[in-house]
Design a protein around this ligand. Sequence first.
Ligand code: ADP
Length: 499
Amino acid sequence: MFRKVLVSNRGEIAVRILRALRELEIPGVAVYSDADRAALHVRMAGEAAHIGPAPSVESYLNGRRLLEAAAAHGADAIHPGYGFLSENAAFAEACERAGITFIGPGSAAIRRMGSKTSARHIAAAAGAPIVPGTQDAVASAAEAAAVAREIGYPVLLKAAAGGGGKGMRLVHAEDELAPALRDAASEALNAFGSGEIYIEKYLERPRHIEIQVLADRNGHIIHLGERECSLQRRHQKVVEECPSPLVARNPDLRARMGEAAVRIARQAGYHNAGTVEFLADQQGNFYFLEMNTRLQVEHPVTELVTGLDLVHWQIRIAAGGPLLLRQEDIAWNGWALECRIYAEDPDNQFFPCPGRISDLEMPSGPGVRLDSGVYRGWTVPIDYDPLLAKLAVWAPSRDAAVHRMQRALGECLIAGIRTNIRFFRDLLEDERFRRGALDTGLIEDFLARGRAPATGDAGAEAAAILAAVAHTESQASNGGRVPPSVSRWLAQGRARMLR
Ligand code: ADP
């Protein structure tokens, strides 16, 4: 087992991993930037290392600094959590070279699955259905037009190196294609340093259903069933559940999707925990979308229903231990839901609203799990994703889980900042949600029906600022320079968001 593990992340996920380390009696080291000196994950860690200024390019994305901190504290492994460097093959490789275990898959598997086109090749080779489209990036607008004509509009242009919805464009007709391709390519080039774009058939109102896999270093791979993450805003997950209401009605679907996911992981040479994402139609046809080579934000719902601790298994497997679970040992019991609680204003286009938490009461009681990264009196920094906590519940049935979530949301008191708790309370009353008739357009419909139009351009501006932050971060993490004019604009934008 490891001597000591450095957790190269912040917020609720750093807290969650430090807790697992404590249970395994492995000393943990937290890291923090200037903005996080007083953060919960630092407070609860036995040891902590300062890694730089607030901007994540200079701290949580600074691989060299993280490796120095690991060496200085005598850590022989790094857990990257999710986001930041968790899917960065170069960082995983640097850890391997430094003789520090990266708690995740090998750098080669991260690289293979990190490119969406390469991942599509692997999924196809594993005999899994993939979303119709091109296997590789398109070389010209003419080629794109020919492909789109063949698969039929609407089509989705996607960045091969993509993530977070960047470099994605929906195209309804041929005359929109060439400009959309140019836009998508330049956005992708800026964000990821690669302007490669491929094409997928745009599936109308699909469901997002993903399979959790676990694989040890000896090639033993199992799946832990699905999570349904169809409740999304701007293609980003907001509420997740396990099991999927669709899969619960089609008992053989879990086995078929699970087997496909295991074949894909095997084909990728994968070890550790990973998630194979699929889009499904209402009839239960499913298509490979991408693989996330890390722990997912929404992993608690799988833990609640299977009774397994994914972070414990990640650590044991990374240390070379065998995965002692057989597929037939895995059982799914009851129903779990998770809401991502953000410091944001649902009445103003979900504008991020970090700030000081003047009062805080959070729910507990039977069937409630809270993964939180905040405490009363702490100021949520503006420098990072404003996720405050994940509220998850377990109950024997979906109906009971929804009622329990409503009870738990009702017990949340977060004063001093705006949050999306009220939005969840309303969404959970939605008739389609209650029926389990989910698809990726449900929240947009719900918002269009139920909410007054937001004022001004505040949300759009915040989204632009956050996108630009992510863009400069990924540029800098690729060794690029951030021009001073961009830094200035970002600083001004951040100041405006704070007002
Ligand atoms: P990213 O990695 O940028 O988050 P993904 O490929 O994981 O992008 O897709 C995110 C979401 O975008 C999906 O859950 C789904 O809602 C939507 N999406 C992606 N591809 C398609 C497609 N071909 N058809 C319809 N929706 C899609």
